[in-house]
Design a protein around this ligand. Structure first.
Ligand code: ARG
Length: 270
């Protein structure tokens, strides 16, 4: 009887051990085929972006067809070309990009995303491909009225939901009443219809909107931004993918292509 019990305990332990090692094997083969391998196998890479952001990404009618263009799109095209795969573009809300990446709905994000320490906990980032300052826009007639972050004290400040600008609005403007909206186009409308008093925005984007909408003005307010810059985001644990992205960025930077892309994007807006 005792012997039998020992035997069955032994066999249970063995089975458990065996199934653990099987699970471990399963995991390791899964790991071997990286996100990058999958992209190469599918011959397609899916970009997630938020096309409300000239000159980075915006909608433009090209040959009678609505097209997403801009600096980030050129970068994404270069990535696809270097990997030898086709590029598919998905336009979504900025705050939907990180969830879409973790659920596998998109393969990479090029959306002028700042590689903050907080985000780096859940995704991997390439090196920074472009740096820009932050700016504050108001109604054109008020652009001389506001001269410092303090001059905006207690006002209604707009910022895009889930962005660095939202943080800036909350932390750098005293007693600000922050209104976060999903799209930058919503923020412009909110400013024009007096729903907000000012909007925090990446400077090139602020300039692009102000250049095309005379009712909007840029202030001279200086915003502190230590984390600033744009990088490409991919799923966590994609070292080979990040390496490939950095190679593309290095090459583009060496050939001065990034500046060319910005100039081209600015021209396309006119
Ligand atoms: N750089 C800012 C951030 O990462 C804002 C980016 C917004 N991008 C966009 N395509 N709307 O939080």
């Amino acid at each position: 009887m005792k012997k039998l019990k020992l035997k069955s305990i032994l066999s249970i332990t063995l089975t458990t051990l065996l199934s653990f090692s099987l699970v471990a094997c399963g995991k390791s083969t899964e790991k071997n085929s990286s996100a990058l391998d999958k992209i190469k196998q599918n011959k397609k890479i899916v970009l997630g972006t938020c096309a409300d952001y000239p000159p980075y990404e915006f909608h433009k009618e090209v040959n009678g067809k609505d097209t997403i263009v801009g600096l980030d799109i050129e970068i994404a095209k270069s990535v696809a070309k270097d990997l030898g795969v086709e590029l598919e573009i998905k336009d979504m809300k900025f705050d939907g990009l990180l969830p879409a990446l973790s659920s596998g709905n998109i393969d990479f994000i090029v959306a002028s995303m700042t590689p903050t320490a907080e985000r780096a906990k859940s995704v991997d980032f390439s090196k920074i491909y472009y740096k820009a300052s932050q700016a504050i826009i108001v109604k054109a007639e008020n652009s001389d009225k506001f001269t410092s972050l303090e001059s905006l004290e207690g006002l209604r400040i707009g910022a895009q939901k889930g962005t660095l600008q939202e943080e800036i609005a909350k932390t750098q403007i005293p007693n600000s009443k922050v209104k976060s909206l999903p799209k930058v186009t919503d923020l412009i409308l909110a400013l024009n219809t007096d729903k907000v008093d000012a909007v925090v925005m990446e400077e090139p984007v602020a300039k692009a909107y102000a250049a095309h909408d005379k009712s909007i003005g840029l202030t001279n307010i200086k915003v502190v931004d230590e984390e600033g810059g744009s990088a490409i985001a991919v799923k966590k644990g994609s070292a080979d993918f990040v390496k490939a992205l950095n190679e593309t960025i290095d090459k583009l930077q060496k050939e001065n292509k990034i500046d060319e892309f910005v100039i081209k994007a600015n021209e396309l807006q006119d």
